[in-house]
Design a protein around this ligand. Structure first.
Ligand SMILES: [Zn+2]
Length: 116
């Protein structure tokens, strides 16, 4: 997957995360990051998207109120951190960029999606 698509998908995932946090704990992603920064010295003032994902997963933010959507987001963020975003979880081929842009939390290619 090209860098542009990857950037678009990452941006969309952070947006999904932000929406989910506001829905489940009435805090924006920025609020959560600010709260973490106050309590933990290792959270810097202006973390990159990669760092935000690492911090969110490391502090178990998404484990607090697990819903199906939150679980899907957590799976995608874990895949992001492992560098397997955009790779089919079943067969290992690249997921079509257009599919991924339309559905950022998608973890299977079209062929596997049909078989599941
Ligand atoms: Zn597949």
């Amino acid at each position: 997957m090209d860098q542009h698509t990857l950037g678009t998908v990452k941006h969309a995932l952070l947006h999904e995360l932000d929406v989910a946090l506001q829905r489940s704990c009435h805090q924006s992603l920025q609020d959560v990051m600010t709260a973490l920064r106050i309590h933990y010295a290792n959270v810097g003032p202006d973390p990159s998207p990669d760092e935000v994902v690492d911090i969110v997963l490391r502090h178990g933010i998404l484990s607090l109120r697990p819903t199906p959507t939150v679980n899907r987001i957590r799976t995608s963020l874990s895949r992001w951190r492992m560098g397997s975003l955009g790779i089919c979880a079943r067969c290992g081929t690249e997921i079509d960029a257009a599919d991924l842009e339309r559905e950022p939390m998608r973890i299977h290619c079209t062929r596997c999606e049909r078989r599941l």
